[in-house]
Ligand binder design. Sequence first.
Ligand SMILES: C[S@+](CC[C@H](N)C(=O)[O-])C[C@H]1O[C@@H](n2cnc3c(N)ncnc32)[C@H](O)[C@@H]1O
Length: 345
Amino acid sequence: MAVSGFEGFEKRLELHFFGDDPEEVMGLRLLNFDSLQQVLHAVQCTVVSAVGNHYFDSYVLSESSLFVYPTKIIIKTCGTTQLLKSIRPLINHARHLGLTLCSCRYTRGNFIFPKSQPFPHTSFKDEVIYLEDCLPSNLCYRKASVMPSKSGSHSWHVFTAADNGLMMIHHHLPPPHQELFTFEICMTELDRVSAAKFYRRAGDGKSGDLAGKEMTELTGIGNINPSALICDFGFDPCGYSMNGIDGDRYSTIHVTPEDGYSYASFECVGSVYDDHEDVVQVLKKVVQVFRPATMSISTTCSSHEVWTCVAGAVESLGLKCRSCTVDEFPAAGNVVFQTFTARRK
Ligand SMILES: C[S@+](CC[C@H](N)C(=O)[O-])C[C@H]1O[C@@H](n2cnc3c(N)ncnc32)[C@H](O)[C@@H]1O
């Protein structure tokens, strides 16, 4: 942990692969646990719990989360982890399974303690140089951008890369490939009463699993998607992580409740065909759990305009939209970055 405080803002990496079999059933899910641990060792985090279903495997990590689908892997890590060091070992392990990398997306917000980050996370420029160096030459469509907001302290860093084949077919992909969207939500200055629920009582003797379960119920996190199977963990003395799995969709929440650098994140994947009212309800429930003074929502989507329901949902709960930036990225589609602050600010 950094001397200054725990860095809540996560780094997030999404890699897509393809193989000879277009109907790849197990693919990356065949990676054995030792191989995954080797990858995580390079990143400097460990698995604290795991659960899987018919569609994918989900891991809660000591620093955030990992999701493994047959041809897609998503790793999100916080603190002083070196997430980008996972890329080379992942490409190598995938190659042994007959899978080739075809796209990469790396995103993050602004670190609270940027000086505590180790290489290659020392700056976005260093991260992009490192990414460029790790990625194979077939991923030739590349773009890096820092999406700004009105407040200089919030910006959204995005790097994507895609191979030629993917770019050729991208605009003609049938559902479900084009129908997914991702929300990445970052919240700071959490309401103190809400944040206090993510502290454990000293010497409670509970396991991290039990402490996590109690936090899920006490805070209302369990109601955000009542049909999700939740894998949760309560850290000692404070902190919380959860992965929710619902069919082929994941959601994930991580909380750093310490006063002075409190932070919570929510991420989920959805379909553009979802009822917008359901999407609005999820966003509202997230705001109600944490009541942050500052919030950013990044919506990534290759089609349709799901992001248009975001501001209305959040503003109805006393936050005001301060900025909205849109950019387009190879194979990722549109990224819409919106920032909000409490009206009292
Ligand atoms: C791992 S959790 C959630 C991570 C998440 N990405 C976030 O930003 O909030 C981080 C919280 O747990 C606390 N914590 C306690 N023990 C920890 C441990 N062994 N590893 C990581 N965090 C720990 C940290 O102080 C922090 O409040």
